[in-house]
Design a protein around this ligand. Structure first.
Ligand code: ACM
Ligand code: ZN
Length: 547
């Protein structure tokens, strides 16, 4: 009898072990941004010592398959991308029309048959793979059974990077793109020109490379605390560089392989001092000018009266449009002081000839003329919300940054809008007020919790007006951000929160739940060597501003 009991106990123990052989952990399902629907299974697919075949037939399937194989290699898993296999564990891609999922949605099923991923287009396959990467635990050997159906809330999901105040090497730009694409952003807004440096090679204008790409030195510490006349407040080191057209093409291709469109920004009519340092005849006074060595808004801007200004900008845009396939070209339009225009004979003559009553209307003339040129090349302009002043260009999309008002006004005028208001989307702001060790920032205070709370559709818009809100973007201005590590520190984890604002349905968002998933997500960021703000994840909210 006793023996029988022992046998029964041993059997029960064995049965329990067998059940536990394939445990699933709730953390296995911690996905950022949170998918639309996720049904967890109770077992795992075990890849240890297995052959893995990634079944891919179309060009998009092969592209995404190769990216996945590269990732699996980092987990010491060997996967072959192949059109057919019957003797391996399968990760199978299916491209199939599913109007409900659109081009960016996907269905991912992991079960005893392997992994199957269905999407209507390459972008959907790519996003399905990004989700799969987060399902694979650190050891890389298992994937939990799961069924996920997912699609984005907004069509435009952007991250911006200013490479003019500080420049970052092409390999880092690729890492930045990798990370944003992993978080299911699909637009990279590349801010390429500024007062402090011109960063894109334009073959027609070699002095942009020789002169405009460099500044004499850089202010030390905060610009507002510096004395422009005191050499001690400057570092005395020439700073600059630019991306060659070959590098730009390589980066555009890299982004396209990850279903990211790069939107280039060429600033006009303001933030133009670097360009003017190379071509002083394009300013109202004729110079001389030099690329800014400090930060802020500068009075010298492109002259709106001289024809040479438009010849130059059209020449620049011709090369930009040839390089970048993006439908949108960003033409800046922000922070353009009008002081020089007010007294410039060329600008006054232009205002008279074009029947513009004031310099705001002159800026509107400037932007409308550039829009006409860009439209003639079958592209569209995006401008910062100042382009509303003096009258919007007829087909312009507006980036609302000085709050939401510009976006609301533009949507009411039936113009498309991208929301990027400073209060929720400016990642150059401080993210913590409790740490003594926070690096110098421009000001402001934007903790991850506030980013997460952002609702891009203003409540005051009607349903029809709200259709003009294409999406949302976070911006990183780099006056006080000199290194790639510092860029990552400012971006992550705030970009994780913004990813969820952009991708996840409003009713599926919950900050506490996000923080739990973020804890797991940090392990992925560690594996990818991301220098995120580690100490901030649960920082207490504060409304203290450092501004
Ligand atoms: C901006 O932040 N000046 C668009
Ligand atoms: Zn002028």
């Amino acid at each position: 009898m006793k023996k029988l009991l022992y046998v029964a106990l041993a059997w029960l123990l064995l049965a329990a072990c067998a059940k536990e052989k394939k445990p699933v952990d709730p953390a296995d399902f911690h996905i950022i941004p949170k998918p639309a629907s996720l049904t967890p299974g109770t077992e795992v697919l075990d890849w240890d010592n297995k052959k893995i075949a990634i079944i891919a037939r179309t060009a998009d399937e092969k592209n995404v398959g190769n990216l996945l194989a590269e990732f699996l290699k980092t987990k010491n898993l060997n996967a072959t991308v192949t059109e057919f296999s019957d003797d391996a564990d399968k990760i199978a891609f299916y491209t199939a029309e599913d109007p409900a999922l659109g081009n960016e949605g996907y269905t991912l099923v992991v079960d005893e048959k392997g992994v199957s991923l269905t999407a209507a287009a390459g972008a959907g396959l790519f996003y399905g793979i990004q989700t799969l990467l987060q399902l694979i635990p650190e050891n890389g050997k298992t994937v939990p059974y799961v069924t996920i159906t997912d699609q984005p809330r907004f069509a435009y999901r952007g991250l911006h990077l200013d490479v003019s105040r500080h420049m970052f090497p092409p390999d880092f730009i690729k890492k930045y793109i990798d990370l944003l694409a992993h978080h299911k952003f699909n637009r990279f807004h590349w801010h390429l020109t500024e007062d402090q440096g011109w960063r894109i090679e334009i073959k027609k204008y070699p002095k942009l490379q020789e002169i405009a790409a460099y500044r004499k030195e850089t202010v030390i510490g905060h610009a507002r605390d510096a004395d422009p006349k005191n050499p001690k407040d400057f570092d005395g080191k020439r700073y600059g560089g630019y991306y060659t057209q070959e590098e730009v093409k390589d980066i555009i291709k890299y982004a396209a392989d990850r279903y990211v469109t790069i939107i280039p920004e060429i600033e006009m009519p303001g933030h133009a001092l670097a360009a003017l340092s190379a071509y002083p005849e394009l300013g109202c006074t004729g110079g001389p000018y030099q690329a800014a060595t400090t930060f802020g808004v500068f009075d010298d801007v492109f002259c709106a009266g001289k024809e040479e200004t438009f010849t130059f900008l059209e020449g620049v845009l011709d090369e930009v449009i040839t390089l970048f396939p993006s439908k949108y070209i960003h033409i800046g339009g922000d922070e353009c002081p009008k002081d020089k225009w007010e007294v410039c004979p060329h600008c006054k003559k232009r205002m008279k000839a074009e029947n513009r009553k004031n310099t705001h209307e002159l800026q509107s003339y400037f932007i409308q003329r550039i829009e006409k040129y860009i439209n003639s090349k079958d592209r569209q302009i995006i401008g910062w919300d100042e382009i509303l002043e003096g009258g919007l260009a007829p087909n312009a999309t507006v980036m609302s940054w000085r709050g939401e008002e510009g976006g609301i006004a533009a949507a009411r005028q039936n113009h498309d809008v991208i929301m990027t208001p400073t209060g929720w989307c400016y990642f150059d702001y401080y993210q913590d007020t409790t740490s003594e060790n926070e690096p110098l920032a421009i000001g402001g205070y934007l903790p991850v919790s506030k980013v997460y709370s952002y609702e891009p559709i203003p409540a005051v818009l009607t349903a029809d007006e709200a259709k003009h809100i294409l999406g949302v973007q976070a911006n990183l201005w780099t006056e006080y951000i000199p290194t790639p590590e510092h860029v990552e520190y400012m971006m992550y984890p705030r970009a994780c929160a913004m990813a969820e604002v952009a991708w996840t349905a409003k009713e599926n968002r919950n900050y506490e739940d996000f923080l739990t998933r973020l804890d797991t997500h940090f392990k992925h960021l560690d594996a990818w060597d991301v220098h995120y703000a580690k100490h901030l994840q649960h920082a207490a909210d504060s409304t203290v501003s450092k501004k």
